[in-house]
Design a binder for this molecule. Structure first.
Ligand code: NAD
Length: 480
C-alpha cells in the first residue's frame, strides 16, 4: 500500500492547506490507488500567494544577480541529486515511465544556467545631440506561471529559473493531474536559500485558481504551457483584467515528411519514437506522417513492427518505455479519437487497450482524409496517421494545413530540398533527418500559429520577464 501524500500549498516558504480546506484525490492511472490528497487553491489563496510575492519583490529585485544566483544553483544541484525521487513521483501519479526520465537533468541545467545568467543589460546611446540616453531592463514584479501535466518539472524550471533570475517573484500553479514534483521541489526552496515569497507553488484546478491568476490585477506576466484552448481563455482573461503580458507554449499536430530517397530505417526509428514517447502525450509529437507514395508499403510495415516492440506496463519498472495515459479522462479522449479514426480511414495497427491500467497500445491509421478530425485535432496519445504524397509542393501544403505549427520533421538525402522545404514549413521548429523531441538548449523553442507566442530557450527566456525602459538624459555641454 502506497502512503497517501498530503500535497499542500507552498506560500511564503510555508506549507499550508487551502483556505477552504478543500482537497481532491489523485490516483495512480496504473494501479488505481489513491496516491495523494491535494489542496484545491481558492481565489483567496491566489491572492495570498500574490501578496507574498509582491512583498518579497523589493528586496529580491534589489539583490545582485550573483546573490540571486546562489539559491538557484543550489536548487539545480538538489534536483539533480533527487532524480530518482522525482521520477518515482511522476511514475506513481501520472504514469510517466522512470526509464528515460530526463526532466530532473533538464531542470538542473536551467537552474544552474540562470543562476549565472541573471545579468540583464540594456544599452546606451549618444545618437541624440545633447543627450546621453540609456535603456534599462527591469523585472516586472509578480509573474504567474501555469503548467501542464505531461512533463511538469521541465516547465517548472524553464519558466521559474529565468523569471526569478531576472528579479521577479513567482506564483506557480501546477496541473491538477500532476502536482507531485512541483510540491516536492517546493520542499527544498527554503533550504536552498530563497527568501520567503520569492517562489510560491499552489495546486488546484484551472477554472478556479488558474483563472484567478489570469484575472489578477497584480500579476503582470503569465507564462503558460498547455492546450491552445486554455491559452485562449488566459488571453481573454488578460484582456479583461490588466492586459498582462502572456507567453504561450501550446498544442501541436506535428507533421513528418518522408521522401523516397530517405534512410527509411532511420526515419521509422525517429518518427516512431516521436509519437510513442510518453505514450504520445507530447506537444511536439509527429502525429501526421506523410510518406512518398512509392515507399508507403515499406515504411508502413516497418513502422508497425517498430510500434509493436514497445515495452508496455508498470511505469515504475525501468525496463518499461510505454506506460498508461495520465488518467482516465485522457485515456477516454484517446479512445474517442481512435473510434473517430476508424470511421474516417483505415486502421492498420490496432492497439489493444488495457482499461484497468489505462494503457493504450500504439495505433496506426492510414488513408485518412486531410479534413478528418483525427488529422486536425490533437489526440495526445500513441496514435499516428500515415498518409501519402507524390509532389513536394503537395506535401508542404498538407503539412501546413493546420492551425498548429510547433514541430515538423523531414527526411531526405537531398540537401537542397531539405533547405527549401524547411523554409516553407509553417513551424517553429523543423527537424531534418531527425524528429521531435530532438532539440537544442540554445535554439528558440516554440510554435507558429495556434502553437504559441514567444520562444523559450536558455538564451531567450529571460527577456520574457523583463520590462524595457528608455531614459532620455539631457546633459548640458555634451554636444552632438
Ligand atoms: P490544459 O490546457 O488543460 O492545462 C494546462 C494548465 O492550465 C493546467 O495547470 C490547468 O489547470 C490550467 N488551466 C485550465 N483551465 C484554465 C483556465 N481557464 N485558466 C487558467 N488556467 C487553466 O493542458 P494539459 O492537458 O495540462 O496539457 C496538455 C496540453 O499542453 C496539450 O495541448 C499539449 O500540446 C500542451 N503542451 C504544450 C507544450 C509546448 O511546449 N508547446 C508542452 C507541453 C504540453
Amino acid at each position: 500500500m502506497q502512503e497517501v501524500q498530503n500535497v499542500e500549498l507552498f506560500i511564503n516558504n510555508k506549507f499550508v492547506p487551502a483556505s477552504t480546506k478543500e482537497t481532491f484525490e489523485l490516483s495512480s492511472p496504473y494501479t488505481g490507488e489513491v496516491v495523494a490528497k491535494v489542496a484545491e487553491a481558492s481565489v483567496d489563496d491566489v491572492n495570498t500567494a500574490v501578496l507574498a510575492a509582491q512583498a518579497s519583490f523589493p528586496a529580491w529585485s534589489a539583490m545582485s544577480p550573483l546573490e540571486r544566483g546562489r539559491p538557484l544553483k543550489k536548487l539545480g544541484e538538489k534536483i539533480l541529486a533527487e532524480t530518482q525521487t522525482l521520477a518515482g513521483l511522476e511514475a506513481l501519479s501520472m504514469g510517466r515511465p522512470v526509464g528515460g526520465y530526463f526532466d530532473a537533468t533538464y531542470a538542473s541545467v536551467h537552474f544552474n544556467y540562470f543562476g549565472e545568467a541573471g545579468y540583464a543589460q540594456g544599452h546606451t546611446s549618444l545618437n541624440t545631440p545633447g543627450f546621453l540616453n540609456m535603456s534599462l531592463k527591469q523585472p516586472f514584479g509578480v509573474v504567474g506561471v501555469i503548467i501542464p501535466w505531461n512533463a511538469p518539472l521541465v516547465f517548472f524550471s524553464k519558466k521559474i529559473a529565468p523569471a526569478v533570475a531576472a528579479g521577479n517573484c513567482v506564483v506557480l500553479k501546477s496541473s491538477e493531474k500532476a502536482p507531485m514534483t512541483s510540491w516536492k521541489v517546493a520542499q527544498w526552496i527554503e533550504e536552498c536559500g530563497f527568501p520567503p515569497g520569492v517562489i510560491n507553488v499552489i495546486c488546484g484546478h484551472g477554472q478556479t485558481s488558474g483563472n484567478a491568476m489570469s484575472m489578477h490585477m497584480k500579476i503582470r506576466v503569465i507564462s503558460f504551457t498547455g492546450s491552445t484552448a486554455t491559452g485562449r481563455a488566459i488571453q481573454i482573461a488578460s484582456a479583461k483584467s490588466n492586459l498582462k503580458k502572456v507567453v504561450f507554449e501550446l498544442g501541436g499536430k506535428g507533421p513528418a515528411i518522408v521522401f523516397d530517397d530517405a534512410d527509411i530505417d532511420a526515419a521509422v526509428a525517429a518518427t516512431e519514437f516521436s509519437i510513442n514517447y510518453n505514450s504520445g502525450q507530447t506537444c511536439m509529437a509527429n502525429s501526421r506522417i506523410y510518406v512518398q507514395e512509392s515507399i508507403k508499403k515499406k515504411f508502413t510495415e516497418a513502422f508497425k513492427r517498430a510500434s509493436s516492440c514497445r515495452s508496455l506496463g508498470d511505469p515504475s519498472d525501468p525496463k518499461v518505455n510505454h506506460g498508461p495515459q495520465a488518467d482516465g479522462a485522457q485515456y477516454n479522449t484517446v479512445l474517442k479519437y481512435i473510434e473517430l479514426g476508424k470511421k474516417s480511414g483505415s486502421l492498420v495497427l490496432d492497439g489493444t487497450n488495457e482499461e484497468a491500467k489505462h494503457i493504450v497500445h500504439p495505433v496506426v491509421f492510414t488513408d485518412q482524409p486531410e479534413d478528418a478530425q483525427i488529422m486536425k485535432e490533437e489526440v495526445f496519445g500513441p496514435v499516428v496517421v500515415i498518409n501519402t504524397f507524390t509532389e513536394e509542393q503537395d506535401v508542404i501544403d498538407k503539412a501546413n494545413d493546420t492551425e498548429y505549427g510547433l514541430y515538423a520533421a523531414l527526411f531526405t538525402k537531398d540537401l537542397e530540398r531539405a533547405m527549401r522545404v524547411s523554409k516553407k514549413l509553417e513551424s517553429g521548429m523543423v527537424g531534418v533527418n531527425c524528429a521531435s523531441p530532438t532539440g537544442s538548449w540554445d535554439l528558440p523553442f516554440g510554435g507558429y500559429k495556434g502553437s504559441g507566442t514567444g520562444r523559450e530557450s536558455l538564451l531567450e527566456s529571460m527577456d520574457h520577464f523583463l520590462e524595457n525602459k528608455s531614459i532620455y538624459f539631457k546633459v548640458s555641454g555634451i554636444g552632438g
